[in-house]
Design a protein around this ligand. Structure first.
Ligand code: PLP
Length: 457
């Protein structure tokens, strides 16, 4: 078997600025050891997020020049609508400036005090938009998703037994059932087609709408093709259509699986709900043929949707993460198994077991990755989730560091460099120190907290 290569060549490059370890130590100190405080010019390999960071293709840039900026009735909207409907056969497709705007419109209409919305795992903006209406967001992940080391093929599944019990008990309070594909907050793990189908059937049996948060639909469909019995020979496009055929609607961030730098949509089948969504859209985003976007963005998304279901791209995409994961495992670095669709998650609590959770092992590893290699990653652990509503602090379930892969941006030698940086850190691992938080804002502290490194133990 030959190497799975990047199935593209490079026409336009963005030079990376090389820095020394000494420089980076100074820059990180000046940013109070918070990686969100760095200028991205000072980052060599930026794995902070896969959102909006994709490289667009020559055809997408060409499509941008065809964008029609008419206020109403733009042909860019028609191309966008057709491209979405080709994959997701919904009656109404409503463009928004990001995924969270689609969520805000949907939950403004179907949320509200006393309502309860179950999902495999809500993404944080989804949860935020549900809670902002006074409703409750409930996570019902399947039990296999909770053990980081277990290599189960569909760790993003929703727990159907708990969902059924939940609907039986809370039926009247539930306006819809959701599923997030892939399960971003749960490690980028996929849900199986059988699980999506059964969740939809269960929702419908109780008379509830079934809504898919489809941000990484193509990665999810690829994993279904690779891992689900009976799906191997099928085109990804057919699997995508099956995933959405049973749904009553979807929310989408085009910054993920549409190769766009901005954009999103809300899709619905119900005419009345769609009419009310468009009215809200006009109030908060814009006229229904552009939403919160420029015509050129709609064209970039339309072309991106053609490219995202290319199976050579998806094979390369999944392989990049698996490759990094395999090499890290060989070095003895514990990771969440199997590697997800958009990221590799490193178990920092296990790897840096000499640093207690309340001294933030994930933050310690993220800082070391920057100082040693100029790599920017994201702590997903006690910094992000440890502060309690009563002001106290307790360890998060896990202390992870997420290496999120921008789409089509980095090559295999970049991946090798990331692994080499881990190898170098491995040699000095036990000398890494924890951190304490010197100052933090009242909410979402990981974005702005200031840290101090703790002295050698
Ligand atoms: C990114 C994301 C969103 C929100 O989309 P934005 O475009 O960032 O507003 C919603 N759900 C999931 C699963 C996401 O990954």
């Amino acid at each position: 078997m030959k190497t799975i290569i990047e199935p593209f060549r490079i026409k336009s490059v963005e030079p990376l600025r090389l820095t020394t370890e000494e420089e980076r130590k100074g820059l990180l100190r000046d940013a109070h050891y918070n990686l969100f405080g760095l200028s991205s010019d000072d980052v060599l390999i930026d794995l902070l997020t896969d959102s909006g960071t994709s490289a667009m293709s020559a055809k997408q840039w060409a499509a941008i020049m065809l964008g029609d900026e008419s206020y109403a009735g733009s042909p860019s909207f028609r191309r966008f609508e057709q491209a979405v409907r080709h994959l997701m056969p919904f009656r109404h497709i409503i463009p928004t400036h990001q995924g969270r705007a689609a969520e805000a419109i949907l939950f403004h209409l179907i949320g509200g005090p006393g309502r309860k919305i179950p999902s495999n795992t809500h993404f944080d903006t989804t949860r935020g938009n549900i809670e902002a209406t006074g409703a409750e967001a409930i996570d019902l992940p399947a039990p296999e998703g909770l053990d980081p080391a277990a290599p189960h093929p569909f760790k993003g599944n929703i727990d159907l037994t708990r969902l059924e019990a939940f609907l039986r008990e809370n039926g009247d309070a539930v306006p819809c059932v959701m599923i997030t594909v892939t399960n971003n907050a749960g490690g980028g793990q996929p849900a199986s087609l059988a699980n999506i189908r059964e969740a939809a059937e269960l929702a419908h049996r109780f008379g509830k709408r079934f809504i898919v948060d489809g941000c990484r639909f193509a990665e999810n469909a690829w994993f279904i093709k690779q891992r689900e019995p009976g799906q191997q020979g099928r085109p990804v496009v057919d699997i995508v259509r099956d995933m959405f055929a049973l749904a009553d609607g979807m929310t989408m961030s085009a910054k993920k699986d549409a190769f766009a730098n901005i954009g999103g949509w809300l899709a619905l089948n119900n005419d009345d709900l769609a009419e009310r969504a468009r009215t809200r859209l006009i109030q908060t985003e814009g006229f229904p043929t552009y939403g919160g976007l420029a015509g050129r963005d709609l064209d970039a998304i339309a072309q991106g949707l053609v490219e995202i279901v290319d199976e050579d791209y998806l094979a390369y995409r999944a392989r990049t993460n698996a490759y990094i994961g395999e090499r890290l495992a060989t070095l003895g670095v514990p990771i969440v198994q199997p590697t997800g669709g958009h990221a590799v998650f490193v178990d920092a609590r296990t790897w840096l077991s000499h640093i207690p959770p309340l001294e933030y092992p994930g933050q310690a590893l993220a800082c070391a990755l920057y100082e040693v290699g100029g790599i920017r990653a994201c702590e997903i652990g006690t910094v992000m989730f440890g502060r309690q509503p009563d002001g106290s602090e307790k360890p998060a379930k896990m202390d992870l560091v997420r290496l999120a892969m921008p789409r089509r941006v980095y090559t295999q030698s970049h991946a090798d460099y990331v692994v080499e940086t881990f190898a170098e850190i491995s040699g000095v691992r036990t000398s890494l120190r924890g951190y304490r938080i010197e100052w933090e804002p009242s909410a979402l502290r990981h974005f702005a907290a200031r840290y101090k490194p703790l002295g050698p133990g």
